[in-house]
Design a protein around this ligand. Structure first.
Ligand code: MF3
Ligand code: CO
Length: 294
């Protein structure tokens, strides 16, 4: 078949775990995807599609992830250090039997990414970073519960933030909502990318090309890579059961980034301008999408 995996016989159990016969379950679905594949479309493997049981597991993980960000939202203010935020989310997670997915991920030393002002992503929490009036900060949290992954991030404005910076934060949030609104089966992933990019670009901002969203669920970063500079009509076809994030990084100035921090993680804008990011996690459904983490 289109993904190199065998398909069951018509009267055998479907590959999706529904317990239904293949002919009554995903047979038509597979025929449709095979035809799209034969016409040259990019089709992702069925092994990425989440079962109903997977979705329940991801939702339980996301409940902790969302709760930890809600906790941050209630307590973040001028004078707080990013090391304190790290402790808040670590405690919140482990008290609920979960593990912060960032901790020790490829050597990342903390439980959450805290990216202030010109930091694009992967800021490392530190005692030295004290939030001050006028800062904007992205808090990007990811959780593992019973082997299921969730991932979302939010922006916070500290005190009186410059109007143009506030507009950057708001437009970036709108761009994510515009991307979400396009999500439904049988479109191209690039249609989502283009919807996100248009909102940011029309507002005069620039979108980072080097980073994007990702599939997620049974692992932290699964296929597909979700670019926010891809064209409509390109990339893989979306089908029910695909689970991925929308998480554009949008800069007030140019799109170029600086990845030379000696800590190996912190990414900054090349021109020093501020950068914003919001992240949501979703699953594609029969009719559109369901939001899983925010
Ligand atoms: N949470 C980030 C994402 O959205 C990944 C951070 S990886 C880390 O995909 F190691 F920096 F924590
Ligand atoms: Co992510």
């Amino acid at each position: 078949m289109y993904d190199g995996l065998e398909s069951p016989g018509r009267n055998d159990d479907c590959w999706c775990g529904s317990g239904k016969k293949y002919k009554k379950c995903h047979l038509e679905f597979d025929r449709k995807l095979q035809a799209l594949y034969d016409s040259g479309e990019e089709i992702l493997g069925r092994d990425l599609l989440k079962t109903a049981e997977d979705i329940e597991g991801i939702k339980a993980s996301a409940k902790v992830n969302i709760g930890s960000l809600d906790y941050v939202a209630e307590h973040i203010k001028e004078g707080v250090t990013t090391a304190e935020i790290d402790k808040w989310v670590y405690d919140y997670c482990v008290e609920r039997g979960a593990i912060p997915a960032d901790l020790d991920y490829e050597g990342f030393p903390k439980s959450v990414c805290t990216s202030i002002n010109n930091v694009v992503c992967h800021g490392i929490p530190s005692e030295e970073d004290v939030l001050k009036n006028g800062d904007i900060i992205n808090v990007d949290m990811s959780t593992i519960l019973d082997g299921y992954y969730s991932d979302s991030s939010r922006m916070f404005c500290i005190g009186d933030v410059d109007d143009e910076w506030k507009r950057l934060v708001e437009v970036t949030h709108e761009s994510v909502k515009a991307g979400l609104a396009t999500v439904k089966p049988w479109i191209h992933l690039g249609d989502v990318s283009a919807a996100v990019n248009k909102v940011a670009s029309d507002a005069g901002f620039s979108v980072v090309a080097e980073f994007g969203g990702h599939g997620i669920g049974l692992d932290f970063h699964e296929d597909p890579f979700v670019s926010f500079v891809a064209q409509a009509g390109t990339g893989p076809i979306l089908v029910p059961g695909m689970c991925f994030t929308i998480e554009p990084m949008v800069n007030l100035g140019g799109s170029a980034i600086d990845m030379n921090d000696p800590n190996g993680w912190t990414v900054r804008t090349a021109d020093g301008s501020p950068s914003a990011q919001w992240e949501v996690q979703l699953v594609v459904t029969e009719t559109g999408y369901e939001l899983l983490s925010w």
